[in-house]
Write a protein of this length. Structure first.
Lengths: 95, 496
């Protein structure tokens, strides 16, 4: 499977990871090799087989719908690199 | 009075007995380990040391012994892989992007161990976000295997991702350590460092507070020097947790009560697909010897087949990165961790993540993003999911013909720095024998059984049906005893 530099750029954008030109070239080679290898899976006929995505879980677990009020705004924001009034701050997004 | 370096040579079980019999105090036991940590700093096993906390805990534990109210692991010095959120104590997953993160809560697994009375020595080095097989991908630098060859001239990798955990226990800096296994990250370092490492059935241990890599594959487990110690640790770590919806709702397991049952009549399956041409001849020799030991113990050997084995690794390298790309999307510089400011939100994300993540992590996020993206989701991710079901079905069928599977854990013993595989795919081949158990959610244990010609540890792996940990411990005890590894390690151990 040949991945193009364009593909790498698209995936990098989706992942919000910026790559230098050098990194893009290296990733292109790495990804092409890995994807070539996983294409081996096409050798197997999986008609009628449902994907298995979770192990041993027969049903979704629910909890009782009870509200627990714990004032935690300070704790939750204590690791924030930037914050104001217990709110996370980011660059302006609305013009 | 036992000498300080003798105290670090004890097993978890013997240390507990010693504390109970008042042969030494918790403080003496703890201090012996703190001293060992200072002595062996060059291995780079610890990324954070907590000596004051350890001594405080030791004092509290001693009071419990004095009052006769000690818990199952009271006063025993262990350490946690830096993947487990430890309240108020820096937790980084050995990534720059979390280098300053101080969790406001404790993971369930580490809390269970605290409840059992452990003394915690610090946080252990690992491959960044648990992605790696040699502990060479850590923001805090590589870990060095305490074992070296007979010549003693080279440095070897401890395996990964739980390299720090393995080095700490193998070098007698901790009696035991927590670790995690997504594709082999407990069992492979166990094999490389001459330790016992068990990845339990998916769901046996809670993943609450365990920094997520691949949610359908990650499992917590211990690294110890003996099988009995592994049973003690796993018993304390395991248990249903309402905060983890994937945690199995079963009664708390009791392994230590019933250890060492006879394995007479048990059928040990030898999967033909696990004979690899790349395998080191010393490992093949050990596999053959182990068959003889098991026959001596009354077990039967059965040749079996797991036809989809060769698809496990490719399926894993689609599923795990896909899940990782989703789990690691949260690292965006906003709520915690490293932040590289920028003028726009997208630029903030891009710069933070580009600088904050190491190369292997970026590689896996990109693969994962690709296989989940529009146009490729069916061809890659769903296809891998179908192979996953076939692989799980292979195991289901095989466990009608046998009770447990025996194989090598890794194709080779530990490799030296500088001899590391140059490309990612060769590095990934380290996991070829361990990954199937993660894909199928089944328990797997690695037991050290001997040394290679050059003096490096060799491990064998047992895989069983879901919730067969007790059987795995019983068969492992046979291998441990017959191989005499523990004495061999003491006498011939080529440790730095």
């Amino acid at each position: 499977m040949m991945i193009t530099l364009d593909d790498v750029q698209k995936i990098a954008w989706l992942s919000r990871i910026r790559l230098s030109d050098e990194e893009k070239h290296a990733m292109k080679d790495n990804l092409s090799a890995i994807l070539g290898w996983v294409e081996k899976l096409d050798q197997v006929d999986t008609t009628g087989i449902e994907p298995l995505s979770s192990m041993h879980i027969p049903e979704m677990v629910c909890r009782t719908d009870v509200c627990h009020h714990t004032p935690m705004a300070e704790v939750i924001t204590q690791n924030a690199p930037e914050k104001e009034l217990n709110m996370f701050t980011v660059p302006k997004v609305v013009e | 009075m036992t000498k300080s370096n003798d105290l670090t040579r004890l097993s978890l079980a013997d240390a507990k007995k010693g504390l109970q019999s008042k042969d030494f105090t918790v403080k003496e036991l703890t201090q012996a380990h703190l001293d060992a940590m200072k002595e062996k700093k060059d291995l780079n096993a610890f990324v954070l040391e907590t000596p004051e906390l350890a001594l405080e805990q030791a004092a509290a534990s001693q009071k419990k012994y004095d009052a006769g109210t000690q818990g199952p692991l009271e006063g025993l010095p262990i350490a946690n892989k830096d993947l487990y959120c430890t309240k108020g104590i820096r937790t980084t997953a050995c990534s720059k992007i979390l280098a300053s993160f101080i969790p406001p809560y404790e993971s369930t697994v580490s809390q269970n161990l605290l409840d059992a009375g452990v003394v915690t020595l610090g946080k252990l080095n690992m491959d960044e976000f648990a992605m790696g097989s040699a502990n060479m991908n850590s923001y805090f630098g590589p870990v060095i295997n305490p074992w070296t060859d007979k010549e003693g001239t080279k440095s070897y990798v401890p395996g990964g991702s739980s390299g720090g955990s393995a080095a700490a226990v193998s070098a007698h800096m901790a009696l035991a350590a927590t670790a995690s296994d997504t594709g082999g990250s407990i069992r492979q370092p166990a094999s490389f460092c001459g330790l016992v490492g068990i990845k339990p059935t998916y769901g046996l241990c809670s993943r609450y507070g365990m920094i997520a890599f691949a949610s359908s594959l990650d499992q917590a487990g211990p690294l110890t020097r003996t099988v009995e110690d592994a049973a003690m640790m796993l018993e304390a770590m395991a248990g249903h947790d309402p905060k983890d919806a994937t945690s199995l709702n079963i009664p708390k397991p009791q392994y230590t009560q019933n250890l060492g049952g006879s394995i007479k009549g048990k059928r040990v399956g030898l999967p033909k697909e696990y004979y690899l041409k790349e395998m080191h001849p010393d490992i093949l020799k050990k596999w053959d010897e182990a068959k003889a030991w098991l026959l001596d113990a009354g077990a039967e050997l059965v040749d079996v087949s797991l036809p989809h084995t060769s698809y496990a690794l490719p399926a894993y390298y689609i599923i795990a990165p896909a899940e990782a790309s989703s789990n690691l999307a949260r690292y965006d510089g906003v709520r915690y961790g490293f932040r590289r400011d920028a003028d726009s939100l997208d630029a903030l994300y891009e710069q933070t993540r580009s600088e904050g993540f190491g190369d292997e992590v970026k590689r896996r996020i990109l693969i994962g993003t690709y296989v989940l993206s529009a146009g490729y989701y069916d061809a890659y991710y769903r296809k891998a999911g179908r192979l996953r079901r076939l692989i799980a079905q292979d195991f289901e069928k095989v466990f009608h013909e046998c009770d447990v599977l025996l194989s090598a854990t890794t194709p080779t013993p530990a490799f030296a720095f500088g001899e590391k595989p140059k490309d990612p795919i060769s590095m990934y081949m380290n996991d070829v024998l361990t990954v199937p158990a993660n894909i199928a959610g089944l328990p797997g244990i690695s037991v050290p059984v001997g040394l290679s010609e050059t003096g490096l540890p060799l491990g064998l792996q047992l895989v069983g049906p879901a919730l067969s940990e007790a059987l795995l411990f019983d068969v492992s005890l046979v291998l441990e005893k017959a191989s005499n590894f523990l004495s061999m390690a003491q006498e011939k151990g080529n440790k730095r």
